[in-house]
Design a protein around this ligand. Structure first.
Ligand code: GLU
Length: 447
């Protein structure tokens, strides 16, 4: 494989799909050397096959808003790769959703899911629907209309969507309600992130954030350091940041910043359990404003409009909100302020310039596909429970999640250790995930 030749062809075929091309380039650059030691991969054209999704569904969604106006949105599901299992990945509701974004997320999902060592293929979907300011009734009508189109293409052994940005437990409930009605079967494995009591798994809401902090804990231990007393800056205040804040606090760290599209809240004394609980209310309100935290806890949370979480002095920086939320200048500001670790929790949260700035400064950087894999891993555990018609206790699920994150961490070390003893977590995660998928594709022949 020659990465440049492949990328030149892809750029010509998919002009303007910047994020997708960036995600592919990162993986190919990481795996090039190993790939070229396997002539059987080249012969079977593994890379050329892997970069194109198996199929993409695009559909129109119409629904009626609270004013009685007819609204039209576009929905998508990218079924990327099913070498390891049925397609699996979240649904994102955000006005910026388009094919390129979902292709990049779907591509990343293939390797993330492979890292979990569970039988999960890669997929992603969503719609250009903006939940900001929408009423509960509007959310329900939109979710129902979305599923009215998607239902035939999903199923427990076919494709199992979950939540992502803009899609949480409430949305999964509405989506599942319509799925069940149309499919005429209570097949819980067709969607994950369900509420506990009708097929949902305990710990699934917390899993991405918990898993991320289990991974960060290992990064810190790697250099004989401890989480106790570490100042952590998180971006976002959604489900992922909430889980991360909970576990970070439990591990003795101090969450000193959370942020939103309107600015940053600095929390000098560290986030409290009351504040962590309030994050759930902030998300459920659909106001999408982090300033609400400062209004609710005056003196404890200090709001600065227009600033990012990376402007706050911290030891560990964790983007938890959206892609490309940390650029090279942000990374430099963090370094100037003494950051010691950067762990990407959001998918592609860091721009390539931010990653190289951190790595060149000798600071450990871990990529989203490894750090945030606990979410989809716990979705995999939810599917296991659904298939067996059982439900595990929170302790059982948490123990399995911890084991999976530890195994992912070990894989990243195995494949990412450089000759000089330093660890390239990006390379480690990409090679480990890729090898699993490539071997499965090879074993299954040319399909
Ligand atoms: N959206 C999450 C992710 O990016 C979870 C996907 C899932 O649970 O299927 O991995």
């Amino acid at each position: 494989m020659n990465v440049q030749t492949i990328m030149t062809n892809l750029e010509a075929k998919h002009p303007g799909e910047k994020e997708y091309l960036q995600a592919v380039r990162e993986v190919l650059e990481s795996v090039e050397e190993v790939y070229n030691q396997h002539p059987e991969f080249e012969k079977a054209k593994i890379v050329e096959r892997l970069v194109e999704p198996d199929r993409i569904f695009t559909f129109r969604i119409v629904w009626v808003d609270d004013q009685g106006q007819v609204q039209t949105n576009i929905g998508y599901r990218v079924q990327y790769n099913a070498a390891l299992g049925a397609y699996k990945g979240g649904l994102r509701f955000h006005p910026a959703v388009n094919v390129s974004m979902l292709k990049f997320l779907g591509f990343e999902q293939i390797f993330k899911n492979a890292l979990t060592n569970l039988p999960l293929g890669g997929g992603k979907g969503g719609a250009d629907f903006d939940p900001t300011g929408k009423s509960d009734g509007e959310i329900m009508r939109f979710c129902h209309a979305f599923m009215y189109e998607l239902w035939r293409n999903i199923g427990a052994d076919l494709d199992s969507p979950a939540g992502d940005v803009g899609v949480g437990g409430r949305e999964i409930g509405y989506l599942y309600g319509m799925y069940k009605k149309l499919a005429r079967e209570h097949s819980t494995g067709a969607l994950t992130g369900k509420s506990y009591g009708w097929g949902g798994s305990l710990i699934r809401p917390e899993a991405t954030g918990f898993g991320a902090m289990y991974y960060v804990n290992r990064m810190v231990k790697q250099v004989s350091d401890t989480m106790v007393g570490k100042r952590i800056a998180l971006s976002g205040f959604g489900n992922v940041a909430w889980g991360a804040a909970t576990k970070a606090t439990e591990l003795g760290a101090k969450v000193v910043a959370i942020s939103g599209p309107d600015g940053v809240c600095e929390i000098p004394e560290g986030i409290t359990p009351e504040m962590i609980n309030y994050m759930l209310e902030m998300r459920a309100s659909n106001r999408n404003r982090v300033q609400d935290m400062a209004d609710k806890f005056p003196g404890k949370a200090i709001f600065t409009p227009g600033k990012k979480a990376w402007s706050v002095k911290c030891d560990i920086a964790c983007p938890c909100a959206f892609q490309n939320e940390m650029n090279a200048e942000d990374a430099q500001e963090l370094i100037n302020n003494g950051v010691q670790y950067v762990a990407e929790v959001s998918n592609m949260g860091c721009q390539p310039g931010a990653i190289s700035t951190v790595q060149n400064a000798g600071i450990p950087f871990a990529p989203g596909k490894a750090v945030n894999a606990g979410g989809v891993a716990t979705s995999g555990l939810e599917i296991c429970q659904n298939a067996a018609h059982i439900s595990w206790t929170a302790e059982e699920v948490d123990a399995k999640l911890q084991k999976i994150m530890n195994d992912i961490y070990d894989l990243c070390i195995e494949y990412g250790k450089e000759a000089d003893g330093t660890i390239n977590y990006v390379k480690g995660a990409n090679i480990a995930g890729f090898m699993r998928v490539a071997k499965a594709m090879l074993a299954q022949g040319i399909v």
